[in-house]
Ligand binder design. Sequence first.
Ligand code: GDD
Ligand code: MN
Length: 368
Amino acid sequence: MKAIIIIPTYNESKNIVRLIHALQYRFSGMTHDMHILVVDDNSPDGTAGEVKKLQSRFNNVHLLTGEKAGLGVAYTRGIAHAMENLDADVVFEMDADFSHKPEDVPRLMAEIDKGADFVIGSRYVLGGSIPKEWGVRRRLNSKFGNIVARYLAGLYHVQDCTAGFRAIRASILRNIDFSELGVKGYAFQVALLHQALVLKASITEIPVDFIDRTEGESKLGVKDIIEFILNAWWIRFDSLKTFLKFAVVGASGVVVNLGFFTLFLTAGINKYIASPMAIEISIISNFLLNNFWTFRWRKTKDRARIRGLKFNAVSFLALGVSYGTFVALSIFFPEVPPQLHQLVGIIPATLLNYFLNSYWTFKQVDEN
Ligand code: GDD
Ligand code: MN
């Protein structure tokens, strides 16, 4: 397998040369085709120049340069280059400042070999650690970041969501639309992890010690923190979207149902005939909207025709429930206007409809 270690850099001239040498030393003990891709944002301290000098010695060292636009933008460019031009099977994320130990690279790769799609060098699983010399503020910052990602964004199952030391299979990355992530800075780590979870990637955390940098300084700024929190909200909202769309479709179905029912009554059709006709029309309009809007992105097992058949079965059941309710209410409460009976009948039918369509007709297939 060909693995590309992406190292974003901004003013890391004091670290990058030593790191590239340390990595080459580790690569010599590995069976995979290991490469390094430095993504430098025109660092004023001459980081790119240092890398260029090493390129004449090592043909597995690559360099991308560009304008400074944030950690996430640098990674996005790096990943695209690694996949399109360097033909990567696996992509690593790694910091340039020795916070991530080069000797851990083979450990992450070994998890890929065992079948994982997304390996995280984790500070917060048993055996992992953050620097002992970190003060209360840095500890709280890091803890807070993970709490926001886990409980606000909803990535509960991962202990270290903000980790910057990871190995990811290209097959996962290929299915991610990076232009849709909408993040520029450090929030990228959480946004990417979220996409991997959506794709049901198999995610493994292995313990690592995070070492405090001795050269240069951290680039994490206030802008990154604000974007980080906004992004977590966005992820939370995003997972609510399917449900919200379903609710909107449902509401439109109520309008369609009652509209046609009234229309049929006005046209002089018997209410016991008008009711199922209006129900059927609204079920069809709901299905079409859900098929082409709400669940559009879901990868379903069935072809459209089978989905249509399943939908018909669900509709038939829902129609029975809805019409049964209408008839029962008409008999027990004849003094109430029939529109109200029709409206109440929608409730149990909608619940049944949602449940069966979401978990059967439009059931998401598992990748593995
Ligand atoms: N190209 C580029 N552009 N590189 C950048 C930029 C940028 O705008 N900002 C940061 N980097 C590079 C740094 O040069 C370094 O190699 C790496 O990204 C990490 O940056 P640091 O500034 O050292 O980050 P940190 O130590 O505060 O944060 C670490 O912990 C975070 C929280 O766990 C990193 O591991 C982050 O990835 C992680 O999210
Ligand atoms: Mn750092």
